[in-house]
Design a protein around this ligand. Structure first.
Ligand code: AGP
Length: 628
């Protein structure tokens, strides 16, 4: 997902722009650029592909002293990762030797950019890029030109520039977070938001703009979060917010909740490793203040529905993407087993367009770490449009989904910087476990059973601490299997979605192809993949289906496939069959995913490390996908 920074104030803009872009690296990108304003009012820009360090060395070669500037990390949507496609984009006719009138950065997708582009080309605009963003830049240039001709454009008025931008935004279909700076205008930036987040850091004689709070730590703890259809005029001392259809409004200044250490690895080599080890603490945070032993239930304050309203709910829909969809699958099994409520799990991108028949007494949960995933936001909006109460299980306080949902439950896991989700996954399952307890105790779950569930939840953090002690063994296994080109991850019941998650972790950071399957499914095709070069990771736990999965393990061994077993108990048969055995603590079956996923996270991490992959910022990926 793209990252945006902007600065106007008393200091040199370049420093904040570059450091801010470094703070936004975790969002994923493939090119970057900044734009500055020379003392003579001329716009300059530097752009590069690859890492921000490439941009930094480019900037260093010819530094422009400027107290205003904008910057951008681009995650390619329209057009390849090239310098011409990198932001900022100019508006005007710079290719005719004219100076650029404006420089603009954008996060989001303009769906009608092609028709707008054709119209501009017919009017003589030449495009230097394949992006939708450049269309917006030229549209703004053309609108200002038209307003000048009509005699209603005050060239020194920031309001006039904001009026022109509002006119342009009215022509766009899609999503945007936009920041614009203008030739000869050293005093103000414009920022506008619809669907792609933007925050404004309120400083002393300086203001900071960013896609999320990460670049603001250490600069200010006061922040204004723009909401959809707002434009901000930002000068070094003032921030004026204009709401479409409402005019100028008083912005709401909030205090940043999280401290700066979220953006340091605290002695770990990577954020992902840090966040894997933060899981015990994250689990404790997710449970803190939410266990009610007196009533053997959960305390969930943010549902914003009364007990009678919740008692009338007969069905749940859980929707999300990627890892959050995997935790939803585990939530389905848990809530159906413990609360005896039917649960439907939907890919958010499917739910948005599938138009399924949904019973009117249905409560929808959007599950999301970032709270900015476009597919999940769109699916929730669609279900809200149909009249269903929509709640969020979310980690990012103040995010779009957290704000637009009718309520919800925060994970309190702390910022998750590594693109591969780890602590958010296990925290989501804990929160879903709290929901299962809450709904169960509203229905048929007895007091004693409720207390047993509370005990199991409270022991989880310690069990995960124990699971983390398998790391040295995992490192050896990683060395043995680092050259495989295919992996299978197999589990049954609660460990089937866990297998999906293990496969996703390996895929996304080591680039090795991996598939997760219900173990019984092997017989129906995937077993054709098994040979001596294809490791199968089996997830086992002593329980209902243990003997069945042992049969599946034997089927793989009979075809010469190497087997890595992650299990909560070892017997002589497993010792004979498995090539490697990773022992993890045993917990009640519905919570086993939280413990059994830890070795899978570590396995993916160490294989990726050995293969020289960028663990925290894997290729092609973004931490939060704000485009559909
Ligand atoms: C997980 O490791 C991936 N980074 C990705 O699948 C992620 O879970 C998905 O994009 C959903 O993100 P969200 O939880 O922030 O909505």
């Amino acid at each position: 997902m793209c990252g945006i920074v902007g600065y106007v104030g008393k200091s040199d803009a370049t420093d904040f722009l570059l450091q801010g872009l470094y703070r936004l690296e975790y969002r994923g990108y493939d090119s970057a650029g900044i734009s500055l304003l020379r003392d003579d009012g001329v716009l300059e820009r530097r752009r590069s592909v690859g890492r921000i360090s490439n941009l930094e060395s480019l900037v260093g070669q010819s530094t422009v002293q400027s107290r205003i500037g904008i910057g951008h990390t681009r995650w390619a949507t329209h057009g390849a990762a090239t310098v011409p496609n990198a932001h900022p984009h100019y508006g005007g006719h710079p290719q005719h030797g004219e100076l650029a009138d404006l420089a603009l950065v954008h996060n989001g997708v303009i769906e009608n950019y092609q028709e707008l582009k054709q119209d501009l080309i017919q009017q003589g605009y030449c495009f230097q890029s394949e992006t939708d963003t450049e269309v917006v830049a030229h549209l703004l240039h053309r609108t200002i030109a038209q307003m000048r001709i009509a005699g209603n454009f005050q060239p020194d008025s920031p309001i006039a520039h904001a009026t022109a931008l509002r006119e342009v935004l009215g022509q766009l279909r899609g999503t945007y977070g936009i920041v614009v700076m203008f030739h000869g205008k050293p005093d103000f930036l414009l920022a506008a938001r619809c669907g792609s987040p933007l925050v404004i850091g309120v400083g002393q004689g300086e203001q900071f703009i960013a896609s999320d709070p990460a670049p603001l730590y250490g600069k200010t703890d006061k922040v204004i979060t723009l909401v959809d259809h707002q434009i901000a005029i930002v000068t070094s001392r003032t921030i004026q917010v204009i709401q479409r259809d409402a005019g100028t409004i008083q912005p709401n200044i909030q205090v940043l909740a999280q401290c700066d250490d979220a953006h340091s690895c605290d002695g770990h080599e990577h954020f992902m490793h840090k966040e894997i080890y933060q899981q015990p603490e994250a689990i404790r945070n997710a449970l803190r203040g939410r266990l009610d032993r007196d009533n053997a239930t959960a305390k969930l304050g943010g549902l914003n529905l009364t007990a009678p309203q919740l008692r009338h709910i007969e069905r749940l829909v859980l929707t999300g993407c990627g890892t959050s969809w995997h935790s939803a699958l585990i939530g389905e099994y848990m809530i159906e087993e413990i609360a005896r409520m039917p649960v439907e799990v939907e890919y958010a991108s499917e739910l948005r367009y599938r138009n399924p028949p949904v019973d009117k007494q249905t409560l929808v949960f959007g599950i999301t770490q970032s709270g900015e995933t476009a597919d999940t936001l769109a699916a929730l909006r669609e279900m809200q449009r149909k009249g269903h109460p929509c709640l969020a299980i979310c980690n990012n306080i103040g995010s779009s989904i957290a704000r637009e949902a009718d309520g919800g439950i925060y994970l309190h896991a702390g910022p998750e910087i590594g693109v591969a989700s780890t602590k958010a996954f296990t925290s989501q399952i804990v929160v879903l476990g709290l929901l299962a307890l809450y709904f169960g105790r509203m229905r048929h779950l007895g007091f004693e059973a409720g207390l047993r569930w509370i005990d199991a939840l409270e022991q989880l953090a310690d069990r995960v601490e124990t699971a983390l002690q398998t790391e040295e063994q995992i490192k050896q296994i990683a060395h043995e299997f680092k050259d495989a080109t295919n992996f299978l991850y197999l589990g049954r019941n609660y460990l089937f979605p866990t297998a999906l998650e293990g496969a996703l972790k390996l895929k996304e950071i080591s680039y090795i192809h991996a598939e997760g399957y219900p173990a019984a499914e092997m017989k129906h095709g995937p077993i054709a993949l098994v040979d001596e070069h294809t490791p199968s990771v089996f997830l086992l736990s002593k329980g209902l289906v243990y003997d069945k999965i042992m049969s599946n393990l034997q089927e793989v061994k009979a075809r010469g496939g190497p087997v890595i077993a992650v299990t909560d108990s070892i017997d002589s048969q497993l010792e004979k069959l498995a090539d490697r055995i990773i022992l993890v603590p045993s917990v009640p079956e519905p919570l086993q995913p939280i413990v059994s996923v830890v070795p899978l996270q570590l396995l993916a991490y160490h294989i990726a490390l050995i293969r020289g992959c960028d663990v925290d910022k894997p290729r092609n990926l973004a931490k939060s996908v704000t485009v559909e």
